[in-house]
Design a protein. Structure first.
Length: 388
């Protein structure tokens, strides 16, 4: 057990060693449980509330929790790390990751009010947040403007153009839109048809309700090349290997001679003892054993001393366990009278064996009787030795 002046140093070095040994994390590292034990251990020690090592452990613990924002609010309520810039930076980054940049900026403003140190680091991260928000806003504006701009007509390759001039045909400078000849002699250009279809045609969307309301269509008659297969045949033999099938033979008198049945196996099949029906003696032995035996506890007494199974409850979060632990410590410090049981609770709930009050009285009686008989035997031996 550590008895030095800085127990947090032991936890901090051990957690760093765990991270170096298990860089991938996972269940083998048990890092989440280790962080929870570390932050719970020093929750009530005010000297560690502004220690950068302790605040860093809280930030790691929040990153391993499903709701890190609740952990940061709990830290602020308990006054843990309120003067450390790393606390506000981690809190703001979590808000930014969730898309709430306004609250992320408010967290930085709260850090400036509390004069969090180092101030230059907090100011640097705040400016970086403002730059990211401004860049994101400019990108959104550019995307909106690009969507609103009319699209320029694309030039189609190998398209017939309308010529200018009566005596000498001159190609126009603008070769898009109305400059393209709609109807040309001979084969129509493929690019012109694609452009016309793209500009004039409408996209047809499939509507399931209209298809159903149109009514059932008439069956389409088609010629079939072979009869349909039968689906519900009964008493149909499955195909077998020809080498395993024996053809019935006829004798010289005309009677059919059937093949002999297959021989029975010469070995005895194995049957487990659990499948065999128990005998009358076995039933009597089981009943007598169940009547006089003491029921052992199914759970490990070192882990839990409760005899019955624990009822299923809601899943506890790390923050809920921290709050319960803090509440219990406050009640203990306030000197609230605890409940006191008026019976031998440690004997009744021993964990390994179930007892009743009658069994405890009988055990005490037998113990007292054995002690009295031992004292009586020693007294008789002493009297016999003095008489000799």
């Amino acid at each position: 057990m550590y008895d030095g002046e800085d127990p947090l140093d032991v936890w901090d070095r051990y957690i760093k060693w765990t991270e170096q040994t298990f860089p991938q994390g996972g269940k083998e590292s048990n890092l989440a449980t280790l962080l929870e034990r570390a932050v719970t251990r020093f929750t009530d020690e005010k000297k560690y509330h502004e220690d950068p090592r302790y605040v860093h452990l809280w930030i790691k613990f929040a990153e391993n929790c499903p709701e890190p924002l609740d952990i940061y609010r709990f830290m602020q309520a308990q006054g843990i790390g309120v003067t450390q810039a790393s606390f506000y930076i981690a809190w703001s980054e979590e808000y930014e990751n969730q898309g709430n940049c306004r609250k992320a900026d408010l967290v930085f403003q709260e850090g400036f009010k509390k004069c969090a140190e180092p101030n230059d680091k907090l100011l640097q991260f705040h400016k970086a947040l403002q730059a990211r928000v401004s860049r994101r806003a400019m990108m959104d504006v550019e995307e909106e403007e690009s969507d609103n701009e009319p699209k320029e007509p694309e030039r189609v390759s190998l398209a017939d153009l309308k010529h200018r001039g009566k005596k000498k045909a001159i190609a126009p400078v603008n070769r898009t839109g109305p400059a393209i000849r709609s109807v040309s002699g001979g084969l129509q250009s493929r690019g012109t048809s694609i452009l016309g279809n793209a500009s004039n045609s409408r996209l047809m969307i499939f509507d399931e309700t209209k298809t159903q309301s149109a009514g059932p269509s008439e069956p389409k008659l088609e010629s079939w090349m072979a009869p349909p297969t039968s689906r519900a045949k009964e008493n149909e033999q499955r195909p077998e290997k020809w080498s395993d099938v024996k053809i019935p033979q006829k004798s010289k008198f005309g009677h059919t001679v059937m093949a002999p049945p297959p021989p029975k196996p010469t070995f005895q099949p194995f049957v487990e003892e659990s499948d065999q029906p128990p005998t009358i003696f076995a039933f009597g032995f089981i009943l007598s054993f169940l009547r006089y035996r003491r029921t052992p506890c199914k759970i490990n007494p070192a882990v839990n001393t409760v005899l019955s199974a624990r009822k299923p409850c809601r899943e506890e979060t790390p923050l809920k366990r921290l709050q319960d632990h803090h509440h219990q410590q406050r009640e203990g410090e306030a000197g609230k009278p605890q409940e006191q049981s008026m019976y031998c609770k440690e004997l009744l709930l021993s964990g390994a064996v179930e007892f009743s009050f009658e069994e405890l009285r009988a055990e005490r009686h037998f113990k007292k009787t054995a002690q009295e008989s031992e004292v009586r035997r020693q007294r008789d031996q002493a009297n016999a030795s003095t008489a000799n």
